[in-house]
Design a protein around this ligand. Structure first.
Ligand SMILES: Nc1nc2c(c(=O)[nH]1)N[C@H]1C(S)=C(S)[C@@H](COP(=O)(O)O)O[C@H]1N2
Ligand SMILES: [Mo]
Length: 394
């Protein structure tokens, strides 16, 4: 029964899509509107559907990992993110950037496979057809925007983006997801019918080529987070081992306007009042080490051994409860989006969360946050505040 209904629906849709359409007026019958303007015989519902499945899977994984990253950075009341496993965020964000980059060839070929339809005549056949075209236009624009803005962001090329990347990339992701759901809903019957038929060898070869291109992009970029592959990172914007003290840097001390102050003091406030600790006082507190990655939202990450004071010890010193307190960590950086970060109780409590004074056994390089920086397990790089000047315990 269901099968029959399905088949009838498929036939009806196929008739709707493939019935001979009226010809455009003679004056328009040129360029993409002339007959035989798109001679490739590789295009087919089967090819487009298979590309659609791959793109849909990549997009879904990219969307979920991106949403997670957004929630970690802007946690609503109901959201909870653990401090272990220490490298979970490096994996989810590495996957976010890798699936986004794999979308580049998938999206390109998918659009190639359907773009002759742009020139169908008449442009709008019914209200339903018009609505569908608007949804597809929104989907294409949103998908191109996401891939392009993501690539520009990891390349640190902000000039073509006259908006705040994070907000734009986040809201357009919802637009893309909504438009994609409509698109899948509309095309599902046709796609299912098309997927049941085998693929012809020429189209199979094209699909293999697209898969190989996506694989090659992954292989030449994943080295920014998978260290053994860093030598293959031809297209990776970063290498995990290049930078002062063998670690990459996003914002240098010079860019942040930090001048090393010999009279540096860390101001610590909490229920026990305010106190200020100079470097000698900080070095006199119990010192611990933690092997933790810096995992940037841009997809690169690098391991390091950090040394310094446990944040929970500082909470105790400030008169707070180390198992319950929330902590605000502020930088001496005057302006800058990432000059302060809130550390939730799960991370404050964790003995691996440090106010680091050293990396790799040496005093922090100014670009890594000298004299002190926050380093906590399973947290995005943007929340690992450098040049810490003030810690407030609540
Ligand atoms: N004060 C301050 N801390 C900051 C930043 C910043 O701009 N200002 N950038 C963050 C970002 S985006 C990352 S990825 C990490 C990088 O740390 P690193 O430069 O030591 O590798 O620092 C974080 N800490
Ligand atoms: Mo970052």
């Amino acid at each position: 029964m269901v099968r029959d209904a399905d088949r009838t629906l498929t036939r009806r849709l196929r008739d709707r899509w493939q019935a001979p359409l009226p010809e455009p007026p003679a004056a328009l019958r040129r360029g993409p509107f002339r007959e035989g303007a798109f001679p490739s015989r590789l295009r087919s519902a089967g090819l487009t559907s298979r590309l659609g499945v791959a793109l849909g899977v990549a997009f879904a994984v990219c969307f979920v990992t991106g949403l997670l990253s957004h929630l970690i950075q802007h946690p609503p009341g109901w959201f909870w993110w653990p401090s272990r496993p220490v490298g979970l965020y490096r994996v989810t964000q590495g996957v976010h950037v890798a699936t986004g980059l794999a979308c580049v060839p998938l999206l390109g070929v998918k659009l190639w496979s359907v773009y002759p339809r742009l020139f169908a005549w008449p442009p709008i056949r019914s209200i339903a057809h018009g609505a569908e075209r608007v949804a597809v236009a929104a989907l294409v624009a949103a998908a191109l925007f996401q891939v392009l803005s993501g690539v520009l962001n990891i390349a640190h090329w902000y000039a073509p983006m006259p908006f705040f990347f994070t907000a734009g990339h986040y809201w357009v992701a919802w637009l893309a997801a909504g438009a994609l759901l409509i698109h899948v809903g509309v095309q599902l019957p046709v796609a299912r019918a098309a997927l049941r038929r085998p693929v012809e060898p020429a189209r199979r070869a094209l699909l293999t080529g697209v898969a190989a291109a996506a694989g090659l992009i992954t292989l030449t970029t994943i080295g920014q987070t998978v260290r053994p592959l860093s030598g293959l990172g031809l297209l990776a914007p970063r290498r995990p081992d290049i930078g002062p003290q063998g670690l990459p840097v996003n914002r240098t001390a010079a860019a942040a306007g930090i001048v090393t102050d010999p009279g540096y003091r860390l101001v610590l406030t909490g229920p026990a009042g305010e106190r200020s600790l100079d470097l000698a006082a900080l070095n006199a507190l119990p010192q611990h080490t933690a092997e933790l990655p810096i995992a940037c939202v841009e997809g690169w990450s690098a391991d390091a051994v950090w040394g310094g004071i446990r944040l929970r010890d500082l909470v105790t010193l400030a008169g707070g409860d180390p198992d319950r307190a929330t902590v605000l960590v502020e930088s001496s950086e005057r302006r800058g989006r990432y000059r302060a970060a809130t550390v939730p109780p799960e991370h404050v409590r964790d003995p691996l969360t440090l106010i680091a004074l050293r990396v790799g056994g040496r005093v922090l390089h100014p670009d890594h946050g000298y004299p002190a920086r926050l380093i906590a397990p399973n947290r995005p790089g943007v929340l690992q505040t450098k040049w810490v000047a003030r810690i407030s315990v609540r």
